[in-house]
Design a protein around this ligand. Sequence first.
Ligand SMILES: C[S@@+](CC[C@H](N)C(=O)[O-])C[C@H]1O[C@@H](n2cnc3c(N)ncnc32)[C@H](O)[C@@H]1O
Ligand code: SF4
Ligand code: SF4
Length: 340
Amino acid sequence: MGNFQNVALRTVRRKMKGLSGEKVPVIAGHKLLYTCNLRCHMCPFWRREDPPLLTLEEERKMMDSLANFGVSFLGFEGGEPFLRKEFPEILKLSHDRFYTSVVSNGWMIKDHFKDVKDYIDYLFVSIDGVGATHDRLRGVEGSFEHAKQGIAEASQYVPVSLSSTITSENTDQVDKIVEFANEMNVSVSFQVAYDYSTADKMSPSAGKLKDALIKLLDLKKSGAPIVESKEYFESVINSWYYGIDWKCKPWLTINIDPEGKVVLPCYVLNEYTGSKKVWEIDLPKAWNSVNWKEYESCNKCALSCYLEPSLFSWSNLGMVKERIIDNIVSYLTMQSSGEV
Ligand SMILES: C[S@@+](CC[C@H](N)C(=O)[O-])C[C@H]1O[C@@H](n2cnc3c(N)ncnc32)[C@H](O)[C@@H]1O
Ligand code: SF4
Ligand code: SF4
């Protein structure tokens, strides 16, 4: 598996650069388009017009810039990534360079997963409730059933997690979502909805959110298949309810918009607005000219793509075991069983 070696090599190079104080992102997210077949109330992206999208050659240039900078993980999203023309070709380019993941609403997976299964290392399918709650939040009837069929199809080939966004409409569903994950034999990742200025305001009330976070922390401690670390839930509870900040390191995650432009400093603070095409600039210089210190105590969002890498510490042995050793063991197990 070429990308496994690439990822390992870049981790060493990044560690070396880090010693000199250079900020190098580990994870990249790339919105392939804004167009979507669903109409989620809390989501601003389907409301945007697509700009001219990247050609395959531009996608390659963008990925080369990220790889040369030191990025190891590339996650695709949108809009709905399965609607993107040349999606299999784009994923192949990524899989040759990065550990590659996709976040999808699941609608098109049942019919299209075979085209992409060889180029995806990890798939997230969004589930915001079981049955009618999901359909209501996603704005299109049949969303839950399609996502369920997609999960059943994809989990035959790659590891799958549900991706669940906690809003004012589903705080009472978190344990049902965990049950559904168990039923489907997949894991589940949770994040708290952020109120974008161009979407419906759906972040949960403080009281209900606290109850949901405590419930998830307890479920995590009792072994439920929840992707986030115990520290993730503890950090959000400590910060939002007891005024104890976590140190945000948004420079560990770089986001690229559908035109190939880098989103600075993070996609929450500027509501996903790109600035310059990554292959046309000196990316390390642009990245390192941001005053990242300014954002350390922001604590405004709880998006796991920013918060989880910020919390990682080599001195926390439980975290090293959960995030590094367990992943290597499960990768080797899949390899020896011929699944990868
Ligand atoms: C923008 S979607 C793109 C990928 C795909 N269309 C999907 O729904 O999975 C990526 C993730 O963002 C989540 N999301 C949407 N609106 C959000 C918000 N206001 N705050 C936090 N996450 C949100 C979605 O639930 C989904 O899991
Ligand atoms: S499916 Fe994803 S991109 Fe589409 S509207 Fe919902 S959250 Fe937004
Ligand atoms: S906590 Fe603040 S700086 Fe960190 S990712 Fe969230 S919005 Fe950005």
